[in-house]
Design a protein around this ligand. Structure first.
Ligand SMILES: Cc1ncc(COP(=O)(O)O)c(C=O)c1O
Length: 494
């Protein structure tokens, strides 16, 4: 070794004095090392789990959620779920079946709230991600990654109109943040119009255009010049736009979902989206469509905006874009709008956005969606389900108040959230997962994989009929008992 270098190393070594490690720290890190090895064993599942292992995992999961991870979430589940069910530990899944650690199988009619359009662990998507993992998982951040270009090309070709340029990120909320920033940058205006009930994500920008008080209130003040109109009410939008323009407010864009997902599969009246587009053109305002949940075939077309032949100025995608295997989202716009990013392309960036693994998943997701014609499957199966659900509504109108939806984004509305919750819990007990929680169980969403079989749909419908019948009987009994109690009380008071 070079003498100079050797001296440098020696002097450097001499200069460093390490803080002596205290014994408790040593034992703590040894313990963490031991535990991490144990958990890695569970991940690699090299050995078959015996009943003792399974109970051990259940116990640890509950303790860990309670002690280290968002404790409220566990307590919330405890309060809403039947005692024996809240400890369901998800373990594996394939297609439209999810299996918990004890081997109980569930028909997945929740689809990860729109993540699993292609089903769970679609073999083609898994294969693409595995192959990419063997080569290069994340980007060097410096060299050009071919997969990012491939996916951008596919999306640019797939998207309607001249939506051709795109940017990749990982979550739906990131796509919305990017869309809002791009709209401000291009229009040099600051205001936004959004819709009541709209759900766009929970980071500050997205939250500012979110139409639900429960999520907004604790974080106010949010972005200041955001105005809300009633979703689906074109007159309200016309009024608001006229008023804002009369007042000289600067509005950059209107943001909305073509069908509101989180609000409970709310479909606007026919022609609504087309008229929104016209108004945007009339007032020189950009139209941002949030298709994080409705995109990738969910509503019976690749993008729900295609149903009315509407092309937005900015389109947000997420959830199923990653094929149910990788987190991936995107916002797309036209070359004309994108020009504002050319001067400084680093005005918006993301370390993990569009990483090679996510792009491999995205490319495979598009391939599967087109090869299996998932949009058509969603349209056909959605029509089938709606017909059956309407019959159930006719049979049990006191329990199931309304069914609505587009493609395989379907909402069942109950008279109150407690009944909705009973339905979700009844289905859970019968081995069906649906999107219903105590916070918003008044509407339960049915949002299965688009390639779910008719056989599984029929099984779900039978279990739903069974659940509704049971609840209908219970409600009758409760009403009878309440009436009897009231008449006894009236008699004794008289
Ligand atoms: C329409 C819509 N936009 C945005 C989001 C936020 O997506 P994420 O949770 O991935 O940030 C959601 C999530 O449900 C959504 O439905």
């Amino acid at each position: 070794m070079d003498e100079k270098v050797q001296t440098q190393i020696e002097s450097h070594t001499e200069a460093v004095t390490l803080t002596p490690i205290e014994t408790p720290k040593v034992s703590k890190s040894t313990e963490i090392l031991r535990k991490s090895a144990e958990y890695l064993d569970v991940v690699s599942a090299g050995k078959k789990l015996d009943p003792e292992d399974k109970n051990h995992i259940i116990k640890h999961t509950l303790e860990n959620f309670d002690d280290y991870f968002n404790r409220g979430f566990l307590h919330y589940r405890k309060s809403v779920a039947e005692a024996e069910d809240f400890a369901a530990i998800e373990w594996t899944g394939q297609g439209s079946i999810i299996e918990d650690i004890m081997g109980r199988k569930f028909i997945d009619c929740l689809g990860g709230f729109g993540v699993y359009n292609m089903g769970i662990r679609h073999p083609k998507i898994i294969q693409a991600v595995k192959a990419q993992l063997e080569r290069m998982p994340l980007s060097s951040q410096e060299l050009l990654d071919p997969l990012r270009g491939f996916l951008a090309e596919l999306l640019g070709e797939l998207a309607p109109g001249d939506l051709q340029e795109c940017f990749f990120i990982s979550n739906g909320t990131d796509a919305v943040e990017g869309a809002l920033k791009l709209a401000r940058l291009y229009t040099k205006k600051t205001g936004f119009i959004s819709t009541t009930g709209g759900f766009h994500g929970k980071s500050i920008g997205s939250l500012s255009v979110m139409g639900r008080a429960v999520y907004r209130k604790p974080f106010q003040p949010l972005l200041s010049d955001v105005y809300f109109v009633d979703y689906g009410d074109i007159k309200d939008l016309e009024r608001e736009l006229k008023k804002l323009m009369d007042l000289g407010e600067d509005i950059a864009a209107i943001i909305l979902e073509p069908v509101q997902g989180e609000a409970g599969a709310v479909v606007p009246p026919p022609g609504y989206l087309r008229r929104v587009r016209e108004l945007c053109d009339e007032y020189n305002i950009l139209l941002i469509l949030d298709e994080v949940q409705t995109g990738m075939g969910r509503c019976g077309r690749v993008f729900a905006c295609e149903i009315e032949g509407v092309v937005p100025d900015i389109l947000c995608l997420g959830k199923a874009l990653g094929g149910g295997v990788m987190p991936l989202s995107a916002f797309l716009s036209t070359p004309k709008i994108w020009k504002v990013l050319e001067e400084n392309p680093f005005l918006h960036s993301s370390t993990f956005g569009g990483n090679p693994l996510a792009c491999a998943a995205g490319i495979a997701a598009i391939n599967v969606m087109l090869e299996e014609d998932l949009p058509q499957q969603a349209a056909d199966k959605g029509a089938y389900l709606m017909k059956q659900l309407r019959s159930l509504h006719a049979l049990y109108p006191d329990v199931l108040k309304e069914v609505r939806g587009q493609g395989l984004l379907i909402g069942m509305e109950f008279s109150d959230r407690f009944i909705g919750y009973r339905v979700a819990a009844g289905l859970f007990k019968r081995g069906v997962l649906v999107a219903g929680t105590l916070l918003s169980a008044r509407t339960i969403r049915i949002e299965p994989a688009l390639n779910i079989s008719y056989e599984l749909l029929d099984q779900m419908l039978n279990k739903l009929a069974d659940t509704l019948k049971q609840i209908d009987k219970q409600l009758d009994k409760e009403a009878r008992e309440a009436k009897e109690k009231l008449s006894k009380e009236t008699k004794s008071a008289g």
